[in-house]
Structures are given as C-alpha cells and as structure tokens.
Write a protein that binds this ligand. Sequence first.
Ligand SMILES: [Zn+2]
Length: 149
Amino acid sequence: MTIVLIVGVTLAALFYTLFVRPQDLPEPIPVSPLAHLEDRKAAIYENLRDLQFEYRLGKLSDADYQATKLALQKELAGVLAEMESTAAQLGLITKRTPAVKPPRKPMAPKAEAPSKKLPVAAAGTVCPHCGAEFEKPLRFCGECGKAMA
Ligand SMILES: [Zn+2]
C-alpha cells in the first residue's frame, strides 16, 4: 500500500512538473530582499553594454552617449548604495567588512627562540677588569691586556 502511495505521489509530482507551465506559477517570492536590487543592477549593466555597443556603431552622438552613460552610472551607484544599506540592515556581510576568515589551524607553538640577549657576560667577551666588550671571546683583553677570566 505504501509503495502505491509513493508511486502515486511521484506521478503526481511528475505530472505537475510536466504540465504546469512556468508562467502559470505565481511569481516566486524573492529569496533575498536583495534579489530585486541585483536584478536592477544587472539590468543597468546590460543597458550600459547596449549603450556602448550602439555608440560604437555610431548610432549615438557623443553627447547622447555621455549623458545616457552618466545617467546609468548614477542609477547604478544608487542601486549599489541601496544594496549596501539593505545588506547592512539585514546584518549581511557587505564588501566593506572583510569576510570572516575560517579559523586557522592552530599553529604549532613556536620553538622558544633563543634569546639574543644572552647574559652580556658571555664567557670571555667582556673584560672583568676594564669592562671592555668584544664580539668574540678573547683570552686577554684587547683594551687593558689583562686575562679575560
Ligand atoms: Zn680589560
């Protein structure tokens, strides 16, 4: 009985898919409030492309081209601004806030770097008698000539 039911439902779904034309369906609810803005943006871009195309064909005067382009760009800026504010209202990540990076793998703790500031009196580099410092350990002080114990 269950199988019959499943087959029936499947057939019904199939029938629906095959025979209901897309235009019969109600307008789908926009997935995102930004969707209509995206559409407008895309439309403006398309207009800009068309405009450029017609301009290249010599159908438009320079002045017409510039004026229309400017108007479209202005409209585009408006749409982009609206998208940004809508996104901000929705708490979506906008382009201005960098996407949160996935946490990195915890780095292996750095091996304790050998401290460069070794005790100044590395054996034989500082004269115990006059305090002169030398880069290399010396047996005798280059300043006072005494033994660098
Ligand atoms: Zn010395």
